[in-house]
Design a protein around this ligand. Structure first.
Ligand code: BG6
Length: 427
């Protein structure tokens, strides 16, 4: 348990929504039953009256600490009523989880500020998307900054909270092997890959406005890349990681249409009932950094829906002295969390042939890795910000990708079609 935490009042806007049901309530159940944070009270906020008992079915641990509040989230007066209800004391903190669409989130943040619920003991947790392009992200960040300090804002990228994402830093800083090879005279290429076997799962409206670049690349893959490129923190200082991630992003050159491939799976247009849809369900973006030690590394960020398998990996390809050599270090973010090094080994016996093997580390079978949302909630409550995305990181990421959005909007770049179940490597 974190002992130096104040008593926490957690407000969940959008408590009846999909994210809350799928992720937040299960994560809170674990947090409460494992006694990870002291003195927690939860208020679920919704537009319509909630049947609390029904919503909390399966979460008996949460029932005694939870109440519900119904309000019109567009009415400033209602936030005064909410403030009355919350009765925040100086020795308490208020953690506000915005599990609502971004526009509503910005309006709620503003209304909380206007109602005076923005004292330093108030924190806001935001879900992505953080804007849909550079200009909208700038606007969103500026609006939140009207009433809240950056220190009070927690932008969630659940990929940063994945166990193996955190392990990239541990592996890179804790092992001489990696600190020696982390430069472009040894590393030839880095691929950050998020292959998904699911399709858009009926989320037609959401996906038509989003696409793979905004959905996965702008946040999740860019953050995994930043962890792969950043300087390692001195003295294992995790608190320095956000600054170093930002520095890594600042050194990336803007993406270009000519080094980007985008695709759409067959049947997508029918699924979203838009015969002219140009929205990408697959994208591969080539990038380069200006970091003097890494500038010759060919970087690619690749993601797609309806592919052959679910696999998130960072593949670090080493320069080969001979094309037939093996040379790849694989960080398996999910599933099979761990790390592997590809090696050629002589086949045993009266032969001189080689066989390809992996020298690998996987967490022991019985290890239970925390869900990313448990980590996010516990860290926000404890005030640990290093697994959250800063406003500056968000803006850097959009800066890098904006040329693609601009080019595509003008009809540049081909959209290739692929069959559902295609292997990512073949695209
Ligand atoms: C979400 C995206 O942020 O991440 C989804 O909106 C995607 O489209 C999901 O499927 C993937 O997350 P995970 O943790 O299952 O890899």
């Amino acid at each position: 348990m974190y002992t130096n935490i104040m008593k926490t009042k957690l407000l969940i806007f959008g408590v009846t929504g999909d994210l809350s049901r799928r992720k937040l309530l299960p994560a809170l159940r674990t947090i409460v039953s494992s006694n990870l944070v002291p003195e927690l009270h939860i208020t679920g906020i919704s537009r319509r009256q909630v049947d609390g008992q029904q919503l909390l079915t399966g979460y008996p641990e949460l029932a005694p600490l939870t109440d519900f509040f119904t309000m019109d989230m567009t009415d400033p007066q209602e936030f005064l009523r909410l403030k009355q209800q919350v009765q925040l004391q100086p020795d308490e903190q208020l953690v506000v989880y915005l599990s609502v669409p971004p526009k509503a989130g910005t309006a709620i943040t503003n209304a909380l500020g206007e109602a005076g619920l923005n004292t330093p003991n108030v924190k806001i947790l935001f879900e992505k998307p953080f804007g849909v392009d550079l200009a909208s992200a700038q606007d969103m960040i500026a609006r939140a900054g009207r009433y809240f300090d950056e220190a009070q804002l927690y932008r969630i990228d659940h990929y940063l909270a994945k166990e193996m994402a955190q392990n990239i830093i541990a592996l890179r800083s804790g092992n001489a092997l990696f600190s020696h090879i982390w430069n472009d005279s040894v590393i030839d290429a880095i691929d950050v890959i998020a292959s998904e076997s699911i399709d858009i799962e009926g989320r037609a409206d959401f996906y038509e406005q989003t696409g793979a670049l905004r959905d996965l690349v702008q946040g999740h893959l860019m953050q995994l890349l930043a962890l792969s490129l950043m300087e390692i923190p001195r003295d294992f200082a995790w608190s320095d990681v956000p600054r170093l991630r930002l520095q890594a992003l600042q050194q990336l050159q803007p993406a270009s249409i000519s080094t980007t491939v985008r695709g759409q799976y067959e049947g997508y247009k029918d699924e979203v009932a838009n015969p002219g849809s140009q929205v990408e369900t697959f994208v591969k973006v080539g990038l380069h950094t200006t970091d003097p030690a890494l500038k010759h590394i060919a970087i690619s960020l690749v993601t797609g829906k309806a592919l052959a398998e679910k696999k998130t990996q960072i593949r670090v390809h080493l320069r080969k002295k001979d094309a037939k050599q093996s040379g790849c270090v694989i960080f398996n973010i999910q599933p099979d969390e761990g790390i592997a090094i590809e090696l050629f080994v002589k086949k045993p016996g009266l032969t001189r042939e080689f066989a390809r093997h992996q020298l690998s580390y996987r967490y022991p079978e019985q290890t239970v890795l925390p869900d990313a949302y448990e980590q996010v909630l516990v860290d926000a409550i404890a005030g640990h910000k290093n697994l959250f995305t800063s406003g500056d990181e968000v803006l850097e990421s959009w800066r890098i990708l904006q040329p693609l959005l601009d080019g595509w909007a003008q009809g540049e770049g081909q959209l290739v079609s692929y069959a559902k179940g295609t292997a990512l490597e073949t695209l």
